[in-house]
Design a protein around this ligand. Structure first.
Ligand SMILES: [Zn+2]
Length: 183
């Protein structure tokens, strides 16, 4: 096989894997948060593992809404995640995981059908989140054939949420950073 052919084979394989991980556009799951405010924390390190989720900071009690149509498959309380909710999309292809909730929204229960934008709970700091920094921990998993809510391949939802890549901390701040820029 020529180098050229090898190159095209590799490119085709890459294109396939990117396509497999592709997500439809998702609604930002925290009320009032703009896409420009999102930070891609997917690849960051956490204690003993890669984060593989997006943290969205917001005041405690801010409504959390469904990113897409689907169904509530599991309400679960865990030591790291606190009060959590697992949603499948309508095609049962992806699972959406919402963690550190303060509480669930009224009427939320397993089996409940959700429309994109439906309230599911409120931002909090349950589980291992700092009480001083309430936030939503949001993750997306590509489900396997068994469709198990606790099992799947993590996908970075940053782009699907409309997230915009930011300049790194070492680059000069842009004028639009203005009073919001941090040290
Ligand atoms: Zn997190």
């Amino acid at each position: 096989m020529s180098f050229r052919l090898l190159f095209f084979a590799a490119a085709a394989a890459l294109a396939w894997s990117v396509q497999a991980a592709e997500l439809p556009p998702l609604l930002i799951p925290v009320d009032g948060v703009a896409a420009e405010a999102l930070r891609d924390t997917f690849a960051e390190g956490r204690v003993g593992h890669r984060h593989e989720a997006i943290d969205i900071a917001a005041a405690r009690g801010t409504p959390v809404v469904a990113v897409a149509d689907g169904v509530v498959v599991k309400l679960f309380r865990s030591v790291p995640g606190g009060i959590t909710l697992y949603q499948f999309d309508s095609e049962r292809r992806h699972a959406f995981y919402y963690a550190h909730l303060d509480r669930y929204a009224d009427g939320i229960k397993e089996g409940r059908v959700l429309r994109r934008g439906d309230p599911i709970g409120y931002v909090g700091s349950t589980g291992n989140a700092s009480t001083a920094a309430p936030h939503l921990h949001f993750a997306v998993f590509l489900l396997g054939p068994e469709k198990q809510w606790w099992k799947g391949e993590a996908i970075d939802p940053f782009a699907a949420l409309g997230g915009v890549e930011r300049a790194t901390a070492s680059s000069a701040p842009s004028p639009s950073d203005g009073p919001r820029s941090r040290p």
